[in-house]
Design a binder for this molecule. Structure first.
Ligand SMILES: [Zn+2]
Length: 132
């Protein structure tokens, strides 16, 4: 539901700002074989090595990868809403308002506390959306 909610708000022109957040994840070394690619098993008479079951002998459990999100800023009835959306879930064309990519690690994450009044307003927003 969040995906289509963001898409409708974007297409109806409520978006005031959109840019990309990227996060680069380093390769993750396999702990089962200690990055050797070989897993030592105990046979009847001796120990023997075979291809690591976890990393298929590569020594790398998860290759390095880059995660990308779009960050949408919406203003609805004078209220700001900011949502991150994974890039692969955005199937429509986006006009970035800021062409720089920010590292998500630079983002200050604040704890979310929602007063009861705000929660009521949020429910009203969802109700308004569902009735569109
Ligand atoms: Zn391994």
């Amino acid at each position: 539901m969040k995906n289509s909610f963001i898409e409708i708000l974007y297409k109806k022109g409520f978006c005031t700002k959109v840019f990309k957040h990227v996060r680069k994840l380093d390769a993750q070394v396999c702990w089962a074989c200690d990055a050797t690619g070989l897993y030592t098993k105990e046979g009847d008479l001796f120990l023997y090595d075979e291809e690591c079951y976890r990393c298929k002998g590569t020594g790398i459990y998860r290759p390095a990868k880059t995660l990308t999100w779009f960050v949408f800023y919406f203003v609805i009835s004078d209220q700001y809403f900011v949502w991150h959306q994974p890039q692969n879930l955005v199937k429509y064309s986006i006009n970035l308002t800021d062409d720089f990519d920010t590292d998500i690690n630079d983002t200050e994450v604040k704890p979310i506390e929602i007063p009861k009044k705000k929660l009521t307003e949020s429910k009203a927003l969802v109700k308004w959306f569902l009735e569109m």
